[in-house]
Each structure stands twice: as C-alpha cells, then as structure tokens.
Design a protein around this ligand. Structure first.
Ligand SMILES: O=C(N[C@H](Cc1nc2ccccc2[nH]1)C(=O)O)c1cc2ccccc2s1
Length: 156
C-alpha cells in the first residue's frame, strides 16, 4: 500500500485538497476531471498530435493518392514497403519527414505526414488505438486500417 503523500503520481495527475472537506482528491490535468481514488495509471490526454506514413494498396478504401492515380500494389507489397520505410527511419538512413513527404499515400505527406491534434473518435479505430498508446516521440510498428498500412510518430 503506497503512502498517499509520498509515492509520485502517474503522469498527467495532480493531488488536490478539497476546500470544503480537507480531503485529498486527484485531478486529471488533461480532462480536468477529479476523483477520490489515487490513480494507478497515467492520465490519458484528451488529444494527441501525430505524423504518419501511409502505404496504400489495391484494396485500400481509396486506392489513389497524390503519388499514383490508380494504386495497384498488393497488400503484401504495401506491408513490405512500410516495414522497409520503418527500418530506414529507425536506422537513421532517412528522416521520418523526408520519407513521409516522398512516399506517403496520404495528402498529409505535404506536411511531413503531420495530422495535427486529434481526439478519440476522429480517426479510424485501429489508428486511434495505436496513436493513444504511443508515448511522445515513439514510432509505432506498422498498423493496418481500411486506408492501408501506416507507421505513426506521436509528436505531442
Ligand atoms: O484521411 C486522410 N487522408 C486519406 C488517407 C488516410 N487514411 C487515414 C486513416 C487514419 C489516419 C490518417 C489517414 N490518412 C487520403 O488522403 O486518402 C487525411 C489527410 C489529412 C491531412 C491533414 C490532416 C489530417 C488528415 S486525415
């Protein structure tokens, strides 16, 4: 049992004292919601900012992009490509931004893959799940949505 006043709180929470009762409560600094129970896990941010690289394939929801009017590559080829892009980035042979600008099949390619800030409910489910799991600065493994295969970089 951790002592309420000593152990550090998980990220995103602050301890407060109720003006009316003097009781300790805990404030989620992102959602501004409070609770009596001491939080055990970091507070989830209301919004995150991510950049991504998307490789579409012939079965993508919209098999077209600024790079290619009619995308014919197979799902397997797309997965292979996104894995190779990830390897280049992780080994520092290429920057995320350069790969996004040259190779991403999303219109965000023009912005180095930046999607801006978004909250839950705005992006396709699988993308959202992965984005909200990432720590700031972390690069995801390849994930699949109806648009194709993505790698996601959380920036904020
Ligand atoms: O949905 C978009 N683009 C689609 C491809 C796509 N599908 C996605 C699914 C999840 C997250 C980003 C995604 N981008 C397209 O160009 O066919 C977006 C483009 C942009 C550009 C700037 C900011 C947000 C967005 S969302």
């Amino acid at each position: 049992m951790s002592n309420d006043t000593e152990a550090p709180l998980p990220e995103g929470w602050e301890m407060r004292t109720s003006r009316s009762t003097g009781m300790t409560y805990f404030l989620n600094m992102y959602t501004k919601k409070s609770q009596w129970e001491r939080p055990e896990v970091p507070a989830e941010p209301g919004e995150v900012r991510c950049s991504h690289i998307l490789v579409k394939h012939s079965d993508s929801r919209r098999p077209s992009s600024w790079r290619e009017d009619h995308i014919k590559r197979t799902k397997e080829e797309a997965l292979d490509l996104i894995k190779n892009y990830r390897k280049q980035i992780v080994s520092n042979d290429a920057s995320f931004t350069d790969v996004a600008m040259k190779c991403s099949d999303c219109s965000s390619a023009k912005r180095g893959g930046d999607l801006g800030m978004f909250g839950r409910g705005q992006m396709q489910q699988a993308f959202e799940e992965e984005a909200f799991k990432l720590k700031v600065g972390q690069l995801s493994k390849p994930i699949e949505t109806e648009s194709g295969f993505h790698i996601i970089l959380r920036t904020v």
